[in-house]
Design a protein. Structure first.
Length: 270
């Protein structure tokens, strides 16, 4: 009786294996038939990441780009068909692996140089003001920093220690350039000397260029250049509306609720 059961089990296993094989073969045949009907074309694929600025012919020589085959239905319209199409051209950005190489990924060296206007967003304009070291945070400002723009106005009427009260024209304004040193775009690195120090532009750092909407530029241009005063703020600074100074009120150091710039308890430890 035991031998009979064993034989039945063996037969069942064999039948199962044969059925699975037959199904696998059948499915494989369907896939082969489908693949035979799909037109396949040769493309060039990025097999290793290509840094921005790499020449196309160098990418091929270094094995960063290799030929491959894909279904024609997935072929990008601008895919290159010959390595010579990107010879002498440079990668316009960092290119990731497993992409099909297309023509607009490589441009001439002249086109790869970012224009200054490309740093402007959402219909912004660039406007420049001139400040001295005292009013420009001791020339410590760099492209990409944010500043508050204060303006001085002449005091009329009641005598006060505030001879030229300052008011906030705008808060958290981004600096686009200092002198001719511009804000770097993502992926760009600053030009440095052999010792690693930044290459100075040789232009006065008192020239500060902002990226602002046109209406804001109109207001900035309406203020006398000598009346600007900049304060540096951190990137996480939260702008808060501040009213004009009450020039007749006691000075902060005379007020129990103020005393220090940070409140009666002083500046908290960092």
């Amino acid at each position: 009786m035991g031998s009979r059961r064993t034989l039945i089990v063996i037969v069942a296993v064999v039948v199962g294996l044969l059925s699975a094989f037959a199904l696998f073969t059948y499915i494989g045949g369907i896939e082969d038939t489908a693949n035979d009907k799909v037109e396949r074309v040769e493309i060039f694929k990025i097999v290793q990441d290509i840094p921005k600025g790499t020449f196309g012919d160098e990418a091929f020589a270094q094995g960063l780009i290799e030929p491959d085959i894909i279904s024609k239905e997935y072929l990008p319209a601008t895919a290159i068909t010959d390595p010579r199409q990107i010879e002498g051209l440079v990668a316009i950005a960092d290119l990731s692996a497993n992409q099909v190489v297309v023509g607009n990924q490589f441009v001439s060296q002249a086109e790869s140089l970012s224009s200054f206007s490309s740093l402007l967003q959402n219909n912004e304009v660039a406007i420049t003001i001139s400040v001295d070291q005292v009013k420009g945070v001791a020339s410590l400002l760099v492209p990409g920093d944010f500043v508050n723009i204060l303006v001085n106005s002449d005091l009329v009427g009641t005598p006060s220690v505030y001879s030229r009260p300052a008011r906030f024209l705008y808060q958290k304004v981004q600096i686009l350039a200092v002198g001719q040193d511009r804000k770097l775009e993502p992926g760009e690195t600053a030009v440095t000397n052999p010792d690693g120090t930044p290459v100075a532009s040789g232009i006065s750092s008192g020239l500060i260029t902002f990226a602002v909407p046109a209406e804001a530029a109109q207001r900035i241009a309406s203020v006398a250049g000598s009346d600007f005063y900049l304060t540096l703020v951190p990137k996480d600074y939260q702008p808060t509306p501040l009213p004009p100074l009450d020039v007749g009120a006691p000075l902060p150091g005379e007020s129990p609720g103020q005393v220090t710039p940070y409140g009666p308890d002083g500046r908290p430890p960092s």
